[in-house]
Design a binder for this molecule. Structure first.
Ligand code: B12
Ligand code: SF4
Length: 507
């Protein structure tokens, strides 16, 4: 039996229990290991939480984060808190999970831990999977995991004798030993049916509190499958589906197993909501999906949000989602310019199709939200407005607009660097931030992208004749700030002013 310090350092999504740490904890405990968890979400690492960024631009209905203590605790030194855990618990191994945004913080913390308590450290998650050469080069990293980690981590623990790593041939792992790096191949996909249920017991109670439609609700995070067959060049799946798991990395839970787990989580943690992290819930073949919907409606019936791909939407599946009590479906448009979307983003559906498919969900009584990126490589102001225009037509309940971030290793991220739209060193040290771009391109500056993002709520919801006024609020100049504040004020008073605004054509 080993004591494992599992970490999630540098995350920004309050109200989320990542599937990675939930499943790794469950798997470790099922084999008799002891798990201590360190999560930095509510500690201050110098960047805002996702909800705070969304608030700046009226992305969602406002919620009172402070009332539920969903804010960072600025009175605690995050690094000291981490070291206190390390020194108190004296783990046999540190197992760190990191996406790219989290990676820099994770390494900083691991370095500190290693100075005080030199035990093996293993890193996994999407960053180590995509950029293993970079990760293994860190002095504080002894091993890393490429792809799925359940079995690999267990084998790694079994191979430890004190601080000595005995085996160097564990599939999915790159292991450093005596100055040499052993790079092992990736094993076949995990058999999901054999996994234990997700372990939420490691999380702070605040990680159960999700903001949804202006309310804070007790929510769980789960998946009915892993992976997506597509290879959009800005997404990790472009790499996962080619160099890591050639072919299609898509792995389904059976309807029975998925529903059994959802029911268990609902009852154990008294949940009233779920976020289903499936990348496309509707890709499941119809018979299987119908079976899952029937069972879920009967046994669980907890509302949930989920994502899908526009072309996966059919009337039959939309009705089944409604039957499952699905609360909201997010559908990515990404860019409103058809040629760019098809040829660069490799997403081939025209704007009419997108609007029609969204309408199918809306007609089935489902709340919809669209996902969009702005400031994409080569994108112009005109193209950004095409994106806003398609959203105006589609009229989702929520339009999420995110500034494109060039994640390293993704084909589009690497292209942005090659084209010199961004300094390669900057990409290494900056986090993605939905409200601002780090790209500066000849046709549009990062300030202009940031400005459009700041006022896009108004471009999406106010009549076109007000666009020149809205444009004045884009730059963060004294005049821009005054106009922006006035627009915000208008919005806050919208309920009261709604009869007048309606007369002016404001939605
Ligand atoms: C669910 C999800 C989220 C959730 C939960 C995040 C999380 N930490 O799991 C939420 C909504 C919070 C989220 C937020 C964001 N996400 Co997200 N998300 C996903 C998604 C769709 C599925 C991840 C998942 O749960 N997979 C299932 C689990 C089981 O797999 P896993 O996490 O990879 O973990 C396995 C292995 O990696 C490994 N492993 C993981 N950790 C460890 C640790 C050790 C020690 C070992 C041995 C193994 C190991 O074992 C695990 C089990 O097999 C992925 C898509 C994808 N293809 O991965 C994007 C993805 C991870 N997200 C991405 C992005 C960009 C974001 C955001 C920045 C979006 C935004 N602009 O707001 C934010 C960042 C938030 C933050 N910094 O905290 C990118 C990350 C790219 C990158 N290079 O980092 C991805 C890859 C999608 C994409 N577009 O490419 N996301
Ligand atoms: S459809 Fe979504 S999850 Fe699938 S590859 Fe494209 S961006 Fe990634």
């Amino acid at each position: 039996m080993k004591k494992v310090l599992l970490t999630a350092i540098g995350g920004s999504s309050a109200g989320t229990k990542p599937i990675s740490t939930s499943i790794l904890s469950a798997v470790l405990k099922a084999k008799g290991h002891q798990v201590v968890f360190f999560d930095s979400t509510f500690l201050d690492l110098g960047f805002p939480l996702d909800g705070e960024i969304a608030d700046r631009v009226l992305q969602f209905k406002k919620v009172d984060w402070g009332r539920h203590n969903l804010r960072r605790d600025k009175t605690v030194d995050a690094k000291a808190a981490f070291l206190a855990v390390v020194e108190r618990e004296k783990p046999d191994v540190i197992a760190a999970s990191a996406m790219s945004d989290m990676y820099r913080h994770t390494v900083e913390f691991l370095k500190l831990a290693k100075e005080r308590h030199p035990v093996p450290a293993i890193v996994g998650g999407v960053h180590a999977t995509i950029l293993p050469e970079e990760v293994i080069a860190e002095g504080c990293v002894d091993a890393l995991c490429v792809g799925e980690g359940e079995e690999a981590l267990l084998e790694f623990l079994d191979s430890l004798e004190g601080s000595t790593i005995r085996r160097t041939d564990i599939k999915n792992l790159w292991i450093k030993k005596d100055g040499q790096v052993f790079k092992n191949p990736v094993r076949p996909l995990t058999s999901l049916e054999r996994l234990p249920f997700l372990d939420y017991s490691i999380y702070d109670e605040r990680q159960f509190l999700r903001a949804y439609d202006g309310r804070i609700i007790k929510s769980g995070d789960l998946q009915d499958k892993r992976g997506c067959p597509k290879k959009c060049p800005y997404c990790a799946n472009a790499i996962l589906n080619t160099s890591i798991y050639p072919g299609t990395r898509i792995n389904y839970y059976s309807p029975e197993r998925f529903v059994e787990e959802a029911k268990h989580l609902k009852l154990t943690y008294h949940l009233e909501f779920f976020k289903n992290f499936s990348e496309d819930i509707l890709i499941r073949p119809i018979d299987d999906f119908a079976r899952m919907a029937e069972l879920y409606a009967k046994e669980v019936a907890v509302p949930f949000t989920v994502d899908t791909y526009p072309l996966s939407i059919t009337e039959e599946k939309a009705k089944l989602l409604k039957k499952m009590k699905c609360a909201s479906v997010s559908v990515a448009l990404e860019c409103g310019n058809y040629h760019y979307r098809k040829n660069v983003l490799r997403r081939d559906y025209d704007n009419d199709t997108f609007v029609k498919r969204l309408r199918i969900l809306q007609d089935a009584g489902l709340r919809t939200s669209t996902l969009n990126m702005i400031g994409l490589p080569y994108e112009s102001r005109k193209m950004i407005f095409e994106t806003l225009e398609v959203n105006r037509r589609a009229s989702p309940s929520v339009t999420c607009v995110t500034a494109f971030f060039p994640f390293r290793g993704s084909p589009l991220g690497d292209l942005a660097v090659r084209e010199r739209f961004v300094d390669p060193e900057l990409v290494k040290v900056r986090r993605s931030d939905a409200s601002q771009s780090i790209l500066s391109m000849p046709q549009i500056s990062s300030d202009e992208i940031k400005g459009i993002r700041r006022v896009c709520y108004f471009y999406l919801n106010y009549p076109r004749f007000l666009f020149p006024v809205i444009r004045l609020a884009e730059p963060e100049t004294p005049l821009g700030n005054i106009v922006f504040e006035l627009l915000i004020l208008t919005q806050r008073l919208k309920v009261r002013l709604s009869p007048i605004l309606r007369a002016l054509g404001v939605r």
